[in-house]
Design a protein around this ligand. Structure first.
Ligand SMILES: [Zn+2]
Ligand SMILES: [Zn+2]
Length: 347
């Protein structure tokens, strides 16, 4: 199969031919239809993700067509179009049994602990516990983008923070997961403020329905947000993974507010210095979140299929496999709005 291989940190991916993956006993092999390029891929590209051993095929947000089925997999047959969460839970441990697949200790994560979907084929273990059938009419590029950023935002808002209609949601960081939180937050009946330092992203967030957009670099950003929201947000989402936005997210909450750390803090940001006086005096709740259990995918697909949210504006660029390296390198600086999805694996 044709694949893009990460052989050295911060180096261009090697476009190469690899042996087709063998089918896991309880899994499937998918022919990849589309795979998103995500900031988490950039973390592994830079070498800051401790889970990654080289060489590896990156790519963790994908959809595909079932090509082969292992003897222990009951629910899928060749030809099925499916989507997987980026956390492939074992489906058999006590955490999985209690519905908390994202904390499964035996989880596999394509692109990090096993080869991912920057390739024509991907092996997906534990297929019955993780895969969901795609609606007939769903664009593969959109379906792929659901696998990480949209599902993460859906879990953060509906499970961790339990965002309620009529509340104010403050989204710090207007990248893929931030824009997903904006669109889903609006669909859930919240009013949404988006903060970023890139004017182009703020303008884009405005076109997607943001009630308020503010430049996070402005000295009076918190004051203006408090004014706009009548005292601060009920829920804040940190969607970048760095100290400055985490502090800003905590400080943007009204009393009894809930914050969700969605961005992945690595390197110098792994040990942030945070204003715990704000947590104490504001009686705040701080949630961590990572991914979404596969059993919650149908709720999201149903929301989309019912026409309650249009996520297609998230897809900014459809690229060939050979353009993935440039997309990864671009995460070094402020990126243009929207997400890039690999849809052509032949060049
Ligand atoms: Zn991702
Ligand atoms: Zn498990």
């Amino acid at each position: 199969m044709r694949a893009a291989l990460l052989t050295g940190f911060r180096q261009a991916l090697e476009l190469t031919s690899l042996p087709d993956p063998s089918c896991p006993p309880d899994g499937v092999v998918l022919r990849v239809l589309a795979c998103g390029v995500c900031r988490s891929d950039w973390h592994s590209w830079t070498g800051s993700d401790p889970d990654v051993d080289l060489p590896i095929v990156p790519g963790h947000e994908y959809c595909g067509v079932v090509e082969a089925v292992g003897p222990g997999c009951r629910g899928w047959t060749p030809g099925d179009r499916v989507i997987a969460p980026f956390i492939l839970a074992c489906g058999a441990c006590p955490d999985c049994a209690s519905g908390h697949q994202t904390i499964c200790a035996a989880q596999a994560v394509p692109g990090f602990t096993q080869d991912g979907a920057f390739a024509e084929l991907i092996a997906v273990p534990h297929a019955d516990a993780n895969l969901t059938r795609l609606p007939e009419n769903m664009d593969p590029a959109l379906a792929a983008a659901l696998g990480c950023r949209v599902t993460t935002a859906w879990q953060a808002l509906t499970d961790r923070a339990a965002l309620a209609p009529g509340e104010w949601l403050a989204v710090w960081g207007g990248g893929g997961v931030g824009l997903s939180a904006l669109l889903l937050g609006r669909a859930l009946g919240a009013r949404v403020a988006v903060m970023d330092v890139v004017a182009e992203k703020l303008a884009f967030a405005k076109t997607l329905g943001a009630d308020v957009v503010l430049n996070a670099a402005d000295a009076d950003v918190q004051e203006r947000l408090r004014e706009a929201t009548g005292g601060g947000a009920h829920v804040a989402v940190e969607a970048l993974g760095i100290e400055a936005t985490t502090i800003a997210a905590m400080r943007s909450l009204r009393k009894l507010g809930r914050m969700v750390q969605v961005g992945m803090p690595v390197g110098e940001h792994a040990n942030m210095t945070l204003p715990w006086d704000a947590v104490y005096s504001g009686q705040l709740t701080i949630h961590g979140t990572r991914g979404m259990p596969g059993h919650r995918t149908p709720s999201l697909l149903n929301m989309i299929d019912g026409g309650h949210v249009d996520l297609t504006p998230l897809i900014a660029r459809r690229i060939p496999l050979s353009a993935a390296s440039a997309e990864l390198a671009a995460f070094d600086g402020p990126t243009p709005p929207g997400v890039a999805v690999i849809t052509d694996f032949t060049r």
